[in-house]
Design a binder for this molecule. Structure first.
Ligand SMILES: Cc1cc2nc3c(=O)[nH]c(=O)nc-3n(C[C@H](O)[C@H](O)[C@H](O)COP(=O)(O)O)c2cc1C
Length: 192
């Protein structure tokens, strides 16, 4: 896949086939994150890989799904849950800086795009129970727990559509997710 295809193909996926992702691929995704641009080249982002089924079961209730969908359609059912997670941390011992938030965005996007290249779907998750995640993984205080990335081979379809006044994604009768995106001409304020 070329970069053009990868960028347009990436959609958030929240239902997954139960085929496991190899540790080699998961480490490769983190290697994509490692080389992302970082403010002042300070690299305070670190990760936890969660692949073990028993630990996955404990992490699953600590992440919240698809707030725009009706309640009963949000959370992936047993048999369609993520087969891996990446927990995204900031290590304040390396440096505490506001720039780290931008670094984190760049690193996570590298992971999501890299995943598409391996035909893996992902969901970047900010709605997570940080205190419980800290306890579960015994994460020291000097780590800021930022996000979780849920991963797995896709078991749902999601398509982009043109923005028509609402940013809310929605599912049609065939269970296909529709994600409104603003048009190119609408986001270009000026051209000189
Ligand atoms: C910072 C951030 C936090 C997000 N948090 C969640 C979340 O907690 N749960 C969830 O289901 N999706 C979450 N998403 C996924 C967004 O809902 C999704 O990216 C958006 O609807 C656009 O869809 P797309 O990724 O297919 O373009 C998050 C995305 C971002 C960038």
């Amino acid at each position: 896949m070329d970069i053009n295809e990868i960028i347009y193909k990436r959609r958030t996926i929240r239902k997954f086939k139960q085929k496991s992702i190899s540790i080699e691929i998961l480490k490769k995704l983190l290697d994509f994150a490692r080389v992302a641009p970082m403010g002042s080249n300070i690299q305070s982002i670190e990760f936890i890989i969660v692949k073990d089924p028993k630990i996955r079961e404990k992490l699953f209730p600590l992440v919240k799904w698809a707030a725009f969908l009706p309640k009963k359609e949000r959370t992936p059912e047993i048999g369609r849950r993520p087969t891996a997670y990446i927990i995204v941390l900031l290590n304040s011992k390396i440096k505490k800086t506001d720039l780290a938030y931008f670094d984190l965005g760049a690193a996570v996007e590298n992971i999501l795009l890299g995943a598409v290249n391996f035909k893996i779907g992902s969901c970047w998750m900010g709605s997570i129970e940080r205190d419980k995640i800290r306890l579960l993984f015994e994460i020291p205080d000097y780590y800021d727990i930022k996000h979780v990335i849920s991963l797995g081979y896709p078991d749902e379809k999601s398509v982009m559509e043109s923005y028509k006044g609402s940013f809310k994604y929605w599912k049609d009768d065939d269970n296909i997710m529709h994600v409104p995106k603003r048009n190119l001409d609408d986001i270009i304020l000026k051209i000189y």
